[in-house]
Every structure is written in C-alpha cells, then in structure tokens.
Design a protein around this ligand. Structure first.
Ligand SMILES: O[C@@H]1[C@@H](O)[C@H](O[C@@H]2CO[C@@H](O[C@@H]3CO[C@@H](O[C@@H]4CO[C@@H](O)[C@H](O)[C@H]4O)[C@H](O)[C@H]3O)[C@H](O)[C@H]2O)OC[C@H]1O
Length: 402
C-alpha cells in the first residue's frame, strides 16, 4: 500500500520511476540464441567517463569493434612498422569486460597509408606487402578476436569488383589470397567478407555470394559475411527482404552478422522520424533474430554523440539508438522488442506522452506489459506476464507484471 502510494506520488509528479529489472540488448540476444549484441567504439571516446560506463555495460554490449584503430593506416603507417597501441586499448577493454571483439579490418581501399595508396607497385610487391600486413596484424591479435573482417568493401554497387589498388595489381585473386593468409596466421578466428548494400537481394549481394564461392574455389576458408547495415530512416530494407538475403548467404555455408548498423535521418530529428527509426531498427534486428545463421548485431557506435554519420553525410545524423546526451531513443526499445527482451521503463521527463510496449522472452511468448507514461495515452493492449508474475493495474493507464 505504501509502495503504491509512492508510485502514485511519482506519477502525479509526472515522472515514472524504473520499476522492473531490465534485460539489456546483449542479454536478450544471447537468450535468443545469438552470440552477441555489440557496438563499435573508438579511442578518442574513451576519455568520456559517462560514455565508457555504458560501453562497459555488458547487459547491453557483449561485443565491441574498434571503429578505426585496427585499420591499415593505424596499424602499419610506414611499411613494415607496426603500431598496435590504440587497437590494443580496445582489445584490452573487451577482454577486461568479457566482451567479444570483432576485428576490423585487414584489406580495404580506404584509410590506407599513403605508402600503400600512392606506392609504386608490381603484382609481386603489392602481394608481398598485403600478405605481410595481414600476417603481422592477425598474428598480433591471435586469440583475441571472434572474427576478422578480412576484406572490406571489395565491390562496387553494381556488383563489379571495386577498382581498388589491390584489384588493379593483383586481380580478384587478392581476395582469396587475403583470406588464406589470415587463416594461416590464426586458424581459429572467423574470417568475414564485409560490405554495405548487400543487406538485400540485388546485383551487389549476388556478387558478394560469388565472392564466398570464389574464396572456397581457391581452397581458402571463409566463415562469414558481414552485412554493414548503414541505413536511412524510412528506406531501410524490410525485415523479410533482409531475412531472405541472409538465407541466401547461409545456403552457401557461411554465417552472417549485421556488423555496422546505424539508421540515419535528415536533421533535425522529429518524433515521427524517431518513431520510424524505431520501426526500422526493430525490423533489421528481427531479421537477424529470426535467422539462425545470423550470429549477432553490432551498431556503429551506440550514441549520436560519437556517430560517424554527421561528418560523412552532410545534414544527416541522429543514427544511433542513444541520443547525444546518452539517453535512450525509441530505437532502443525497438531493438529490445525485436530481441524478445525483458524490458522496463526508465524515468521519463515530465510531459512526455510516449507509449512504450515491452516484452519478455519466454521462448516464443511476447508482451509482458504495455502502458502510457507520464500523462500517456492510456492502456493499450492485453498483457501476458511471465511465469510467477501477475498483471497489476495501478490505475487506468499504467500496469505492470509483478
Ligand atoms: O570514424 C570513422 C569510422 O567510424 C568509419 O568506419 C567505417 C564506416 O562504415 C564503413 O564504410 C562506409 C560504409 O558506408 C559507405 O557509404 C554507403 C554508400 O551507400 C549508401 O547506400 C549507404 O547507405 C552508405 O552507408 C561509406 O562510403 C563507407 O566508407 C566502414 O566499414 C567502416 O570502417 O570510417 C571513417 C572514420 O572516419
């Protein structure tokens, strides 16, 4: 009775307190049978204490990816001089937290040091330089990575090979040779081809499937295909198209992962855009959730504060599930619901009229509670509580499984 009175006081004050234990994104993903839910991060952000506190929250993040510090320009700035300092900071953080590390990346046309991109090469010298780079970097991180993105973005959008320096001097063989070199350096790490605009059926996805076949035809190992998932609010491919595309890769005997998910919008953000973003995140994560070959989802950083989007796509941003003040956006709930996770409400600002729908994973069962928050829109649906709890109505617009 005292408890309900306290709640009534808080409700009257226009603020709903956190009331139930929350299972986060990784906990929910693992409960579904996935290996992880994770996020990219980067070294400059690690001086931000509030940021790091959430990055270390293994309830949400069971995996991290270094956004820049394992790339070629970071690891081999001068030929045969290797620098692992920044990459090690993130690898050590993952190890300290017990988070999986997706290692990113070995061979990419972008973020190359000038000695590679502007060097004078022959087939033999570039091949030797590429193999030396892969061998040294993979050996350094041996045993620390769940997976390596061995070749990143080797395709143009029309499905032809990207005309990068490796293709120019080595031809398509640079791809299987890169995979074979990585496998020789660490036979246990998963080896991925990673690209964007291969998340749905089309010429580029077909070409990526052909890369899987090519690598195997050389007798080399490929374990997975990374679907980057840099999407646009309202133009995100449907759940069904993403799931059927994942199935096409799985049919080739490889796993898949969503490796760089973010869903950007033209700024400024509005409630309508945030609601659509929630739907888009939910559909994408649900495609992975329903596909047994999809091992996990990585968002390309978790907060708008450090997203790469505004500096890359002029006038666009707000692409992450947390805003620039590190506050969860509707997208967070969309992801959690898609993962069938146990959800909760956190304190909400007075005057907000958001209706939140949450769910608890009990195999295939779903809705655990629905409510209107802080002057919200009223009771919105039936409640099925997990075993051992019952639906308790506090008033006509708020209920909870207790
Ligand atoms: O600090 C940042 C890093 O975060 C950044 O990481 C890379 C970001 O994504 C990957 O490469 C980009 C993928 O998206 C391409 O643009 C797409 C063009 O087609 C559109 O349909 C699609 O929506 C777009 O996303 C970019 O052109 C790629 O660069 C890459 O794997 C990450 O490493 O790297 C730059 C740093 O400054």
């Amino acid at each position: 009775m005292v408890c309900l009175s306290a709640k009534a006081l808080l409700l009257a004050a226009g603020c709903l307190p956190q009331l139930v234990h929350s299972a986060g994104l990784d906990t929910s993903a693992v409960a579904l049978g996935k290996l992880y839910f994770g996020t990219a991060t980067d070294n400059p952000e690690l001086t931000d204490t509030a940021y790091v506190t959430q990055l270390n929250n293994t309830d949400d993040f069971g995996q991290i990816t270094p956004g820049n510090s394992q790339k070629w320009d970071a690891t081999e700035p001068s030929q045969n001089t290797f620098t692992f300092t920044n990459g090690d900071v993130i690898a050590d953080l993952a190890e300290a937290n017990g988070q999986k590390l997706r290692c990113h990346n070995l061979v990419w046309y972008n973020q190359l040091p000038s000695w590679v991109s502007s060097g004078t090469w022959t087939n033999a010298t570039l091949l030797a330089a590429m193999k030396n780079h892969i061998t040294n970097v993979v050996t350094h991180y041996k045993g620390q990575c769940y997976a390596w993105d061995v070749v990143n973005e080797g395709l143009a959008d029309d499905g032809t090979y990207r005309d990068n320096i490796f293709y120019q001097y080595i031809g398509e063989a640079y791809i299987p040779i890169a995979f074979a070199t990585a496998a020789a350096a660490d036979p246990d790490v998963k080896l991925y081809y990673n690209d964007y605009n291969i998340e749905y059926a089309g010429a580029k996805s077909t070409a990526a499937q052909n890369i899987v076949k090519l690598i195997k035809s050389y007798g080399a190992k490929i374990d997975g295909v990374g679907l980057q998932g840099h999407f646009i609010v309202g133009s995100t491919p449907s759940q069904s198209s993403q799931a059927s595309n994942m199935a096409a890769f799985a049919a080739l005997g490889v796993e898949v992962a969503i490796t760089e998910l973010d869903i950007r919008m033209t700024l400024p953000s509005t409630d309508a855009l945030l609601a659509q973003q929630k739907t888009d995140y939910a559909g994408t994560v649900a495609a992975c959730a329903q596909t047994s070959a999809c091992v996990g989802v990585t968002i390309w950083d978790w907060t708008d504060k450090y997203s790469w989007v505004p500096s890359t796509f002029s006038g666009q941003g707000a692409a992450c599930p947390w805003d620039e003040n590190l506050v969860k956006k509707p997208a967070y709930t969309g992801i959690l619901t898609a993962l069938g996770g146990t959800a909760t409400s956190t304190s909400t600002a007075s005057g907000s009229s958001t209706t939140t729908s949450t769910s608890t994973s009990t195999g295939s069962s779903s809705v655990a509670q629905q409510y209107g928050q802080c002057g919200g829109s009223g009771w919105t649906g039936a409640t099925t509580c997990v075993s051992g709890t019952t639906c308790t109505y506090f008033n006509d617009w708020y209920s909870q499984c207790l």
